[in-house]
Design a protein around this ligand. Sequence first.
Ligand SMILES: [Zn+2]
Length: 429
Amino acid sequence: MSLAVTGAVHAGDRVGLRAEEGVIVEMGPDVQPRPEDERLDAAGAILVPPLLNGHTHAAMTLFRGYGDDLPLMRWLEEKVWPIERKLEPEDVYWGTRLACLEMVRSGTVRFWDMYWHPEAAARAVLDAGLRATVAAPLIDVDGRTEAMRDAALRSLDELDGAAERVDAGLAPHAIYTVTESSLRWIAELSAERNLPVQIHLSETEQEVADCLAARAERPAHYLDRVGLLTPRTVLAHGVWLDQDELELIAARGAVIVTNPVANLKLAVGRVFPYLRARAAGIQIGLGTDGPGSNNSLDVFAEMKVFALLQKHEARDSAAVKAAEAWELATGRCAPLLGAAHSLEPGQRADFLLLRAGAPELSFGELPAALVYSASGAVVQSTVVAGRVLMRDGEVEGAEEVLARALERARRLGLAPPTASAQGNSSALA
Ligand SMILES: [Zn+2]
């Protein structure tokens, strides 16, 4: 399979690009299509690397708008968990397909997912053409330790050799939902099989207070003691980490993924100490968290909020510059997250074409336009592994994905029977 892109603009120059078997083989002003190539005429569109979502629960597209405006624990206990007990693999499949559709449309090509029935999520990712690391949330403070461990091993078997574009991982939900012995078990399994681990850490002040009360140590120290702070670990949130913990995380080589919009919406009361984390040398990524708690999967929106929030917190408009926010959003500040290194021959053929005529991108420096004025709507075409997933705004099969996801949401009682796939029918006063 080969693809030729013509008439793109990269770093101010007109370029062409050819990809074979998912890898960029040529890029530059003189690249010409070959007869066997699929063609993609960029017509002056801007060629940029794609975005990466470092933490989400993709299938929770089905929960979007359900129980908004509640505090985290009430939202989970009263709204989310009772419905999740009824989830079937097909719910997760179509919820994840809907998330993938949104990601393709807004330029995200790889994501880190923590959700039930990860084998169904993996199938959705493969069918949608994207890349992901998927893992089931592991929870056993309810006393179901054996069942949890069996399910974790079974899901790893099912995901084994899924495909090149999907990696399996382990996802202990949080230190307050997994027992110490299971955290140690997960650490050993991760080391034995070289599996990445994703876990929510220090999202709320309560989590820190509870950890201190129970163990007289802070969350990152506890995680380190059970063997889970390693170069394979991705920590979501990290809002309430202190300086000591940041230095420990840097020393262990773990990644932190910050999710500013979800933190603001759930009113966690503090801003992720990004500048201190960066100064400590921690690898950092950007995530949306789940569409049930954000509610957007548009990483463009996330990078803007990230940059603004950090500037505001630092009382310094130069604290995080646009180019840095963009770099973070591509995932390239944290190699473990698995983004392609750059757009050049030998690298994966994953890239975006941004609308040449988009008013948001008309003038000024590109990074500032991307971070401060653009949204995911500027993405015109999305390519993953040399395959065109969106061509000039059209994603094949989008109507079916919307309709089937709506059926699943209705089945779970998450969408009213009158809702249509064409649009949300509820009225605003
Ligand atoms: Zn999360």
